[in-house]
Each structure stands twice: as structure tokens, then as C-alpha cells.
Design a protein around this ligand. Structure first.
Ligand code: ACM
Length: 529
């Protein structure tokens, strides 16, 4: 055994020397070096890539050297957790001595989330100004290693990282994914699994749609029946569920450990049947409707002219804000078809200051622009290419007046839209959204008349009328989520379908290794399995 280990090690050193290019100028690259993934074969496309020099080979002697800060050590420990099972190496995380892999915090042109990755025969160094940048650099490093690095059993390697430099900063500060846990409830573990997947593609916001007609999913002390009654079913009549405050905080903590901020949504004044069913007093006629397990929209409304409505909003916003370290609270505002326009405006005029009172910034679906968005509010656009000019102009005008935009066009990045007529899950009211369509648009030029600087980023929502578990989530999200992530991260200059489909294809074996059951879309040249 010992002998065997030694010889493996010796072979490893020889390969390292070979990989370092010491074999002589003009010699063909060693076989192993040819296996290194090119630095630009990643998703999202990096801002700038300068390939060159020798690859680095991860060995059993590699250490992960980090700066002596809690945050840097955390990122180092996360990287070690990713790499240890498949490499079988110890990969100690150290704050001194030789590195191999080094995570370094330093001043530089990185912004809050950017990083630089330098790789040569001696090591790989990721430099960033903030821990989030180190974390995103680590995601890049994962993709530069062979796909088998994602497996949870020991694999043969070799573990090569191509030589060169990547300089990378995101185009947008808002790169989100929304999960509807109301239509079908998803457990804490299912949400954590999705968070881990979002982190792979450098997303930084998890928007949780916590309430809708079919279910209220967060415990509220002042109104306990919201969760116990309002959360007791779901689409199709299953048992539903809700998050206790401890559950929600566990999700928030897990998201933070992956450098994602949770943006909670309580959808109001429509989409409120679960709340109305829980408390008769919230209804204009004082009668609680039954719970609802269908998939219609637009039939429920809070009672805008009753004072108790604002006591309710104050309590639920206060309690949710107190559980949420992030800056934003989403108040929905879509499809309020059972609320008159006048009432809608009145409601938003009263509710937005409550959000501000508890220290949060308002986000609303873009119908909020039909009322008066609060100063600093963000509007999330979910229209279609074919949405009427007047509706688009209303959103553009709000953007001209300072309302920031999050772009979630439904016929582009609604992950619950079917890919094509054969997709077994999902809906098609916005049309079929194939992989190319979901990728091939420019957030900076999408909405006519909106100033490009009003666009804060993109978000890919996943509504769950037909989605019941992680396998369903993953089939609809992958591969389209990767495209949404690229639209949010990569400079417009890197955009191009022909290059993207090749980089996307390289993700397939990674998803296989991670147990993600993705849609093998025909327009992507996936490697044979
Ligand atoms: C929405 O799809 N109703 C925001």
C-alpha cells in the first residue's frame, strides 16, 4: 500500500514537472495538459481571459492557503469540502506556508463581487477585495477542473487547471432566482439544495415567494393561523407546509454561506386567498373563503378599506423584516384583478411606508408602477416581448423617474415555461421557451425607453403549479438557469449563442456528477454520456 502511494506520488511529481513545461520548448504538450479545461470554457463567461503558461496540477500535497480572516477561512473550507471527496486529498486549509491554492483578500479593481484568478505551474491564486469575490472565484476554479471533481467518491484525476489569468466582475448587482414555495411547498433541504446550485453560477439573490392563494408558508406570531391553516395545503390538495422562524433563518444562513441574499415576498393585495381563509376579519364581507388548491389567479384581494388590513400588513412585514438580514422585501402586487385601480393605489400608498418603517427597500412586480413606487423601490418586469406598448411605457417611465428594474420577462426566463410541446412539466401561457430563446436577449436593451442604468439585473422565477420536488425544479431550471446567470454576470461583449452553447454543453457532465437531472435540449451539443 505504502509503496503504491509513493509511486503514485512520484508519478504525480513527474507529471507536474512535465506540465510545468520543463520537458523542452517545442515538445508536444503532455497528455495530461491537454485535458485542462480552457480558461474561457466556463459559465458565466468571464469578463476577460488571458490564457498562457503552464497548468497547475492539484496533488495530495496541495494546501488551500487563506488570509487569516474568518470569511476567507470559510471560503477555503467550502472549497475543501467541494474538492476532498473526489480527489481523496486532505487539502488542509492553512493561513501560512506554501499554498498551491491561495485565496487572497486585497485591494484592487474587483468591486464587491469580482475576482482575479492566476494560474501557473506553482499554484492557483484567487484575489478579491471581498469574500463574495473569493467565493465566485472558487466557482470558476471548480469549472476549470474536470467535471469528475463534482462527484462524491474518489476519482482518478489528474486535476489540472490551465495556466493564465481571468479578470472577472459582474455586469449587474442583482442576479436572482425566484422559487415559488406557495403553489407547492418545498422543504428547507430542497431549498438549500437549490441554493447550492444557484451558487455554482454566481447568482446572488434568492427570492422566496412565501405566500399566494394556495399557501402561506412563513410562521407569523401575531397571526398564527396564517401558517397552521393557510399553509396546510397546496395545489392539488397535498399537505402543504410552512417554515417555522427557525426554518426560515436556516435558509437565510445557508444562503449567506453561499453569498446569496434572501429576498422574501409576501404577495399583496391579490394572491391572498390563504390569508383570507385563515382570518375572516380580513375579508370585506367578514366571511373566510375555503382554502384553494386550484391554479386560477386574480380572484382574491385584501380588503383595502378595512383598518385591520394594515394592522395585518404591519405585523407580517415587521416579523418577516426582523428575520431577514437582507435589504429588500418584496410585496408582490401582480395580478390584483379583484382590486380596483383606485384601491390598488391606496393600498400601495399605505403599505410601502410600512416596509420602509421596518428598514427594508420595496420590491414589487412591475404592476407597482401603476401606483406610485416609493423612492428607491425596484420593479420586477415579467411581461413578454408581445406585452403592449402602453404597459412597457409605464414601466420605462417609472425607470426614467428612478425606479430600478429587475428583468424577468416571462417568455425569456420564466423557468416554469415548457421548453417545447413535449416537456412533461410546466406551463405554456407565455409560450415555449427553449434554451436559445432564454439566453438570446440583452437585459441592457430589453425594455424600450428604460435607461440602461435603471436595470439592476435579471432574475429567473420558477413558479410551482406543476413542480413538486427537487427533480422537477432541476429539470426546468437546468440548463436555462445557467443562461439567466450569464445574462446577469457577463459583459454584453461576451454574448453569443455559438460560443455559449459549447460552454453550456461542458456543464452537462458536471450536472451528471452532481446528480442534477437536466433537460438535454437538442440545440446544445452535449457530450455523449
Ligand atoms: C406573475 O407571474 N404573476 C408575476
Amino acid at each position: 500500500m505504502r509503496q503504491h502511494h509513493r509511486s503514485t506520488r512520484l508519478l504525480g511529481s513527474l507529471l507536474l514537472v512535465a506540465a510545468a513545461g520543463v520537458l523542452g520548448v517545442g515538445a508536444a504538450p503532455p497528455a495530461a495538459a491537454r485535458h485542462a479545461t480552457p480558461l474561457d470554457r466556463i459559465v458565466p463567461a468571464p469578463a476577460s481571459v488571458t490564457p498562457g503558461g503552464s497548468p497547475y496540477r492539484l496533488t495530495r500535497d496541495t494546501h488551500i492557503r487563506v488570509d487569516d480572516s474568518r470569511e476567507a477561512r470559510r471560503v477555503g473550507a467550502y472549497l475543501a469540502d467541494v474538492l476532498r471527496p473526489s480527489t481523496g486529498y486532505r487539502l488542509p486549509v492553512t493561513t501560512h506556508g506554501r499554498g498551491g491554492i491561495r485565496l487572497r483578500l486585497a485591494k484592487g479593481p474587483f468591486g464587491a463581487e469580482g475576482y482575479r484568478l492566476d494560474s501557473d505551474g506553482r499554484g492557483v491564486t484567487i484575489t478579491a477585495a471581498a469574500p463574495a469575490g473569493l467565493f465566485h472565484g472558487v466557482q470558476t476554479l471548480r469549472q476549470l477542473l474536470p467535471a469528475a471533481v463534482e462527484k462524491d467518491t474518489v476519482q482518478p484525476g489528474p486535476w489540472l487547471v490551465a495556466g493564465g489569468t481571468i479578470r472577472d466582475t459582474p455586469r449587474y448587482g442583482w442576479r436572482g432566482a425566484m422559487l415559488d414555495v406557495s403553489r407547492h411547498f418545498l422543504t428547507v433541504d430542497q431549498v438549500k439544495r437549490y441554493i447550492d446550485q444557484l451558487a455554482l453560477y454566481k447568482l446572488n439573490k434568492l427570492h422566496l415567494h412565501l405566500s399566494d392563494d394556495q399557501g402561506w408558508r412563513i410562521a407569523v406570531d401575531a397571526w398564527p393561523r396564517l401558517a397552521t391553516h393557510g399553509g396546510s395545503t397546496q395545489v392539488g390538495g397535498g399537505p402543504g407546509g410552512h417554515y417555522t422562524k427557525a426554518d426560515y433563518q436556516e435558509i437565510v444562513r445557508h444562503a449567506a454561506s453561499r453569498h446569496l441574499e434572501v429576498v422574501p415576498e409576501l404577495d399583496m393585495p391579490g394572491h391572498t386567498n390563504a390569508a383570507l381563509s385563515s382570518y375572516a376579519a380580513l375579508n370585506c364581507d367578514g366571511v373566510a373563503p375555503p382554502l384553494y388548491t386550484g391554479t386560477e389567479v386574480g380572484f382574491s384581494s385584501l380588503c383595502v378599506n378595512k383598518e385591520i388590513t394594515y394592522d395585518f400588513v404591519d405585523d407580517v412585514v415587521r416579523e418577516l423584516a426582523a428575520l431577514t438580514p437582507g435589504r429588500y422585501l418584496h410585496i408582490g402586487g401582480d395580478e390584483a384583478h379583484s382590486t380596483s385601480h383606485e384601491d390598488y393605489v391606496t393600498f400601495m400608498d399605505r403599505v410601502q411606508p410600512i416596509v420602509a418603517e421596518y428598514g427594508k427597500t420595496v420590491v414589487g412586480w412591475h404592476q407597482l408602477t401603476g401606483a406610485t413606487p416609493a423612492k428607491g423601490a425596484l420593479a420586477q418586469y415579467w411581461g413578454l416581448d408581445s406585452t403592449g406598448a402602453a404597459e412597457k411605457a409605464q414601466v420605462a417611465e417609472a425607470a426614467q423617474n428612478g425606479t430600478g428594474l429587475i428583468l424577468s420577462p416571462a417568455d425569456r426566463i420564466y423557468l416554469d415555461m415548457k421548453y417545447d410541446a413535449n416537456t412533461p412539466l410546466g406551463l405554456s401561457w407565455a409560450g415555449y421557451v427553449d434554451v436559445r430563446r432564454s439566453y438570446d436577449w440583452d437585459p441592457g436593451a430589453y425594455l424600450p425607453g428604460a435607461p440602461p442604468e435603471a436595470v439592476r439585473g435579471v432574475e429567473a422565477p420558477l413558479w410551482t403549479e406543476t413542480i413538486e420536488n427537487s427533480a422537477h425544479v432541476e429539470y426546468m431550471a437546468f440548463p436555462r438557469l445557467a443562461g439567466a446567470a450569464e445574462l446577469g454576470w457577463s459583459p454584453a461583449a461576451t454574448h453569443g449563442w455559438d460560443g455559449y452553447r459549447v460552454r453550456l454543453a461542458a456543464q452537462g457532465p458536471r450536472w451528471d456528477a452532481l446528480g442534477i437531472g437536466y433537460h438535454r435540449a437538442p440545440e446544445v451539443p452535449w457530450p455523449a454520456r
